[in-house]
Write a protein that binds this ligand. Structure first.
Ligand code: HEM
Length: 187
């Protein structure tokens, strides 16, 4: 397609953020039982990426801003209804359902990081090791359950995210995966 018909949507920061997050999340999954140092490092990377993305959501390029893609639940529902009827409007940035998914993913990932830090602290390591909450519970099992639940919930959201990307690509006949690599979409 000629470059005149293409528009820059995802800036380099968004693309670096996205693919680094995919890598960090994958490392967290494969290292959960052994390689705990690498698991913790990848968890810190997830936290740093999320914090940087939160700042970029306020000061970043137009399509990266939360104000561009965070919609009311009513708009998300109405978009989903249109989607089921194959009548959904095309968005250059994230569509309302995609926006809701991104916020859910970011919150769930952050809760997985926080519960991971609490678990690590209960086991006698990390920055939260002296937290009085850990003294009170004296058990790492509770934090293990919570951490695993958030990790599993994140995986479920990722699967829904991938289904959404595939569905959006099919109904609008555009390669959204490629757009997250090149940063460009058709006008
Ligand atoms: C190989 C697997 C993946 C593919 C192909 C993929 C693809 C995409 C695409 C195409 C978008 C843009 C959606 C749109 O056009 O509105 C996107 C956004 C996003 N994806 Fe993924 N994704 C993958 C895995 C993941 C994983 C594992 C996570 C989190 C753990 C994730 C989190 C996000 C987030 C947070 C955004 C929003 C980007 C931003 O605005 O900063 N993705 N993804």
């Amino acid at each position: 397609m000629s470059s005149k018909r293409m528009i820059k949507v995802w800036d380099p920061f968004i693309r670096l953020f996205h693919w680094s997050l995919v890598a960090a999340f994958a490392i967290c999954w494969v290292t959960e039982d052994e390689l705990i140092d690498l698991h913790v490092f990848a968890g810190y990377l997830v936290a740093a990426l999320l914090m940087a993305r939160a700042v970029w959501g306020v000061i970043g390029t137009p399509y990266a801003r939360f104000s561009d893609f965070v919609s009311t639940p009513r708009k998300v529902l109405s978009y989903l209804k249109d989607l089921l009827k194959f009548k959904a409007k095309r968005f250059i940035g994230h569509n309302p359902a995609g926006g809701a998914m991104i916020v859910s993913l970011m919150i769930c990932l952050m809760l997985a990081v926080i519960s991971g830090l609490l678990l690590y602290g209960a086991e006698g390591f990390g920055p939260l090791v002296d937290l009085s909450l850990l003294e009170l519970t004296r058990s790492s099992e509770l934090f293990e359950e919570i951490h695993e639940s958030f990790a599993n919930l994140t995986l479920l959201l990722v699967l829904l995210h991938l289904a959404g990307v595939l569905f959006g690509s099919v109904i609008h006949r555009e390669n959204l995966l490629m757009a997250m690599i090149t940063g460009k979409k058709r006008r």
